[in-house]
Design a protein around this ligand. Structure first.
Ligand code: ATP
Length: 336
């Protein structure tokens, strides 16, 4: 039976990397019916909204989406569509696996982390106001409900994936109330898994130093919203950049899969965007849908192309001289 998956091409390089992902999934023989849906600045032009209600309704109805990046204007303009989407669909957990890939040489070996980011509150609550001319405030929201929920999610995830340890990065020495509440709730959840997992906490500045000194000492990282956003990009830099890190946003009734990277306007429509992060997000989606064999075959295919390392296949961000298309074609040819 075919699954219906919402496909949101998004902005910038989004249409290029999502169509590459669709090609690979179809070449692997997976029977998916794609519901093409608008969102982002592209949608604003012809739908009058950056997040049309029909897009939200379709994701809610079908339960699964593959999404390209959506541009967020800096310092003004519309609120982040990504943040709104995660809040409206209650996609409370972002899951971002970060690992060394064959053939991509970086400063480190044995990096195999999973970043779990709280997706609905913190400074991303978007509550900002001008107190008086030249003085503004931004509210960091922490609730016991969301903190316990993400803690439970992280520990369940770690146990089910046979991971050994969860580490929380926080700043509860300064943000005593908000990060303090987050930590207390997470510790309460950990108490239920004490026998099955190791757990530790690091103040985030120390955590950053440790992460760039020896990332192999980390396993699952659990962070509130803003820290999770920043550490995701930092961790991507440890394994080859934003072109190779996938992501999933998981809620109670639906899941949206998307690469960690943004819309990369500097390389949009040049045909050189790395499609791998989006293809890897597609693999996470196939696993979520129970299409594990196809997911394994696609993973084997891109591992083969990367290990082979032919620069004619790979995109420039990972040392190649190929294009989005040449990389996608090579992965399709390598499908076992
Ligand atoms: P946003 O605020 O939308 O998350 P960002 O500020 O994180 O975006 P990106 O759009 O992700 O920025 O781009 C950061 C840099 O990484 C840019 O130089 C971009 O070209 C590069 N980059 C991002 N994604 C890819 C990709 N898939 N392939 C190649 N380069 C990429």
């Amino acid at each position: 039976m075919s699954d219906i998956v919402c496909l949101i091409p998004g902005d910038g390089i989004g249409p290029e990397v999502t169509s590459a992902t669709r090609r690979v999934i179809e070449a692997a023989g997976v029977d998916i019916e794609w519901a093409l849906l608008p969102a982002g600045t592209t949608a604003l032009e012809f739908c009058g909204s950056v997040l049309p209600e029909r897009t939200l309704a379709a994701i809610q109805g079908h339960g699964v989406a593959l999404k390209g990046p959506l541009t967020t204007p800096i310092g003004g303009g519309h609120v982040s569509v990504n943040v709104t989407l995660r809040k409206r669909l209650n996609l409370f957990a972002a899951v971002r696996p970060v690992r060394n890939l064959p053939g991509i040489r970086t400063r480190f070996e044995n990096v195999d982390l999973v970043i779990i980011r709280e997706n609905t509150e913190g400074l991303y609550s978007g509550i900002e106001h001008e107190i008086t001319d030249g003085v503004v405030g931004s509210l960091k929201v922490a609730t016991a409900k969301a903190s316990s929920r993400i803690g439970r999610f992280a520990f369940d995830y770690a146990v089910s994936r046979r991971r050994g340890k969860v580490t929380v990065f926080h700043k509860a020495n300064i943000l005593k109330m908000s990060d303090g509440l987050f930590l207390r709730c997470v510790r309460q959840e950990y108490a239920k898994d004490r026998d099955r997992l190791a757990y530790d906490e690091l103040i985030i500045d120390n955590g950053c130093m440790q992460l760039v000194t020896d990332p192999s000492r980390f396993d699952v990282l659990l962070l509130e919203n803003l820290y999770g956003d920043i550490i995701s990009d930092l961790a991507a830099g440890l394994v080859g950049g934003l072109g190779v890190v996938p992501g999933a946003n998981i809620g109670t009734s639906c899941a949206v899969f998307e690469p960690v990277h943004g819309s990369a306007p500097d390389i949009a429509r040049k045909g050189i965007a790395n499609p791998l992060a989006c293809i890897m997000s597609g693999v996470m989606m196939l696993n979520h849908l129970g299409r594990t064999q196809a997911a394994d075959r696609i993973r084997q295919a891109y591992d083969t192309v990367l290990a082979d390392g032919d620069p004619a296949n790979l995109t420039p961000d990972i040392g190649g001289r190929g294009t989005t298309e040449s990389f996608t074609d090579a992965i399709i040819r390598a499908l076992p």
